[in-house]
Design a protein around this ligand. Structure first.
Ligand code: TYM
Length: 348
């Protein structure tokens, strides 16, 4: 049977990139398999241990976890069909990460582009990071090791499918390599997990700079659409979004990255493909008219999600209940895998 695992960090509120790159597939994967009728087993985790690889204020971290839980439920995660839980409630994540640490070559992590780009932002290279203390004081071991914990997340549940956006592909490749290395070093234990990425929205771009991806860490809130943004905020963010001076609407991510990003968003909001979206917009000549249409599609799609989100945020008792239940169920599955791992390694 299919076992699905994915995670989201509780840092800031989820944005349209998270939704279109990952969360839409999270909800789709709750459906029974079209050919076999089998129900998949879904594990969806709020990865707080990953969040603390960067400094977090304890009270806001606690609150962010509840907000993310409410958002996931509002987007359609059904706690009857999916196990929704906080990563740190299942201690085996950290335990398995430690065991993987003891077989994973340091070089595999030094190649990770997310690490390299963080290093470069601090003004250094990976080689320096291991020796230069002025650089490393700002970057912690946990951040370097982040992808190993991510591999442990997936493999702890023997995950076979991992719905993610494009930016996680390299981390997923590492998880596959760690699975193979463990199986070869000890005994066959882990399947090789496969990524599931949405073809058209695997990389939703920043509204301000369509050359970089929409991200929670971008200092400008105008670069992203948060799932909680009000219609007025959505209107003004799309109105200010970077486009170009070319007349009409066409899809060309290289020459017209801003317009193409908005077209991708518009298509996804209406569950149609990009070419249909281009057709629908063929009568449009002004940028303003195009942006108005995109804006209305976003508002219409987010409205029911937001009303459900605000309802859930007011019901903390329910959220805590869902997360308690999820933690219990995840913990049982995780312990079974860990027993096997401890035996295979010779710790039992
Ligand atoms: P995170 O919290 O950064 O993002 C959650 C999901 O959203 C996707 N995503 C995007 N997709 C398309 N366009 C974008 N602009 C965009 N921005 C974000 C991400 O690809 C991700 O799927 N390391 C992970 C969390 C994690 C995880 C895991 C994921 C921890 N353990 C195990 C899968 C399996 C992360 O930081 O995601």
């Amino acid at each position: 049977a299919r076992r699905v695992f994915s995670g989201i960090q509780p840092t800031g509120t989820p944005h349209l990139g998270n939704y279109l790159g990952a969360l839409v597939n999270w909800t789709r994967l709750q459906e029974a398999d079209a050919t076999t009728g089998e129900l998949p087993l879904n594990y969806y985790s709020i990865v707080d241990l990953h969040a603390i690889t960067m400094p977090q204020e304890p009270a806001s971290l606690r609150q962010a976890k509840l907000d993310v839980a409410a958002t996931l439920l509002a987007c359609g995660i059904d706690p009857k069909r999916s196990i929704l839980f906080e990563q740190s409630r299942v201690r085996c994540h950290a335990e398995l990460a430690w065991i993987f640490n003891c077989i994973t070559p340091v070089g595999w992590l030094g190649r990770m582009t997310q690490w390299k780009s963080k290093m470069e932002k601090m003004g250094g290279s990976h080689a320096q990071s291991l020796t230069d203390e002025s650089l490393t004081s700002g970057l912690k071991m946990g951040l370097f090791d982040y992808p190993v914990l991510q591999a442990a997340d997936i493999l702890l549940y023997k995950g076979t499918h991992v719905p993610v956006g494009q930016d996680q592909m390299q981390h997923l490749e590492l998880a596959r390599n760690i699975a193979a290395l463990f199986n070869k070093t000890f005994e066959y234990t882990f399947p090789k997990p496969e990524a599931i990425v949405p073809p058209a929205t695997k990389r939703v771009m920043s509204l301000r700079d369509p050359a970089s991806k929409m991200s929670k860490s971008d200092p400008s809130d105008y670069s992203r659409l948060n799932l909680v943004d009000s219609p007025d905020v959505i209107r003004s963010k799309i109105a200010k979004a970077t486009t170009d001076g070319i007349r009409g609407v066409s899809y060309d991510p290289v020459e017209r990255p801003g317009v193409s990003n908005l077209l991708g968003i518009y298509a996804a909001m209406r569950d149609i493909d990009v070419h249909e979206a281009v057709k629908e917009c063929s009568d449009i000549t002004s940028t303003k008219a195009f942006k108005d249409r995109v804006t209305e599609s976003i508002i219409a799609r987010l409205q029911p999600i937001q009303s459900e989100l605000f309802r859930l945020q007011a019901d903390k008792g329910y959220l805590v209940c869902v997360l308690d239940d999820g933690a219990l169920r995840a913990d049982q599955a995780a312990k079974d895998t860990m027993e096997q791992v401890y035996k295979a390694v010779g710790l039992r």
